[in-house]
Ligand binder design. Structure first.
Ligand code: SAM
Length: 297
């Protein structure tokens, strides 16, 4: 279908649109379909400038093929398709983003679990999933909060699975290193307890300390892929600021599979601008952007 659309391209397609308006609609629609099919991300027509802006650098690196030629290439080349998706996605993140979510854990959830000693599937075991983890700040914020409030000396086991669509971003996340300025985002008690200042070749970097590193496992996972491997049940499921560019249909489908992974005592956290209203009946609102399994009211 895309080939078809491209064969009808008006002659004289500019080799490299310098402004979004020069990108033919048919080519834009080809990208729109491919990105939606692959990642569930819906690029509204108003996102033409975003597409041009984010792909221009890659096209320059490749010697300046036209947007139409590059579209044909990504249709055939899975590796290059990953690069395209990586360029399109927003990876912005920070430690303790939306502090309210972590306060909810510190004040309401973890003291209760600790007292009960049996939060999820196994005694003294907590599983968390950071779905759409970007460079790992969310997963490591969770690791710090869980480790401090559920101490290893009391026998608590913590497992955090951190997944993302982008292989490039996961390579960065696996290093568990962040520019040292990012330390400002971390409350002092956690920073002192768990993070290390890099030295030598890691001067200027902050790294996750030895207590945290084994808690987090990174894995590539496309939330739009209906056949992604099941990861088991999670007590905490963070999927924040990932569905921003999904449309209602792709968001609803992805969400339904996410909810399958929620343990009966679990909580699902979404981004501050994301509401699940009308998308699923299988979770109930506990507080703004925090959900638990159960029938929506
Ligand atoms: C804006 S970041 C959010 C990071 C973190 N959750 C937070 O709230 O700070 C969104 C991440 O979702 C990932 N993403 C986008 N579409 C995805 C999909 N279909 N499957 C998995 N991850 C996806 C992107 O690669 C990006 O790293």
């Amino acid at each position: 279908m895309i080939q078809d659309a491209l064969s009808k391209l008006p002659s004289g397609e500019p080799e490299f649109p310098s402004s979004p308006s020069e990108l033919p609609d048919r080519v834009f629609q080809g990208y729109q379909r491919l990105i939606y099919r692959e990642a569930g991300i819906y690029l509204a027509p108003t996102k033409k400038a975003l597409l041009v802006g984010r792909l221009s650098r890659r096209l320059r690196e490749l010697g300046g093929p036209s947007f139409g030629t590059y579209l044909r290439q990504v249709e055939e080349d899975a590796e290059e398709r990953l690069r395209l998706l990586d360029a399109i996605c927003t990876h912005e993140t920070r430690f303790f983003r939306e502090a309210r979510h972590f306060e909810f854990l510190e004040q309401e959830v973890l003291p209760r679990w600790r007292a009960q000693g049996h939060p999820g599937s196994g005694a003294r075991r907590v599983r968390a999933w950071s779905a759409g983890c970007s460079t790992g700040e969310e997963a490591f914020s969770l690791a710090m909060v869980l480790r401090l409030h559920l101490p290893a000396e009391e026998g608590w086991q913590i497992e955090i699975v951190a997944t993302d669509l982008s292989t490039r971003i996961l390579d960065r996340a696996r290093q568990m290193l962040w520019p040292v300025e990012r330390a400002q985002e971390i409350p002092t008690r956690y920073l002192k307890a768990f993070m290390l200042r890099g030295t030598g070749s890691q001067e200027g970097w902050m790294k996750a300390g030895p207590e945290l590193r084994p808690l987090v496992r990174f894995q590539r996972l496309n939330l739009n892929d209906e056949r992604y491997p099941t990861l088991g049940r999670f007590d905490l499921l963070f999927c924040r600021n990932v569905f921003i560019y999904f449309d209602a249909a792709s968001k609803g489908r992805a969400l339904d599979r996410l909810v399958d992974h929620l343990s009966p005592r679990g909580f699902l956290f979404v981004g501050h601008a994301e509401s699940l209203g009308g998308l699923t009946q299988r979770v109930r609102l506990v507080q703004s952007t925090i959900y638990a399994p159960g029938l929506a009211g």
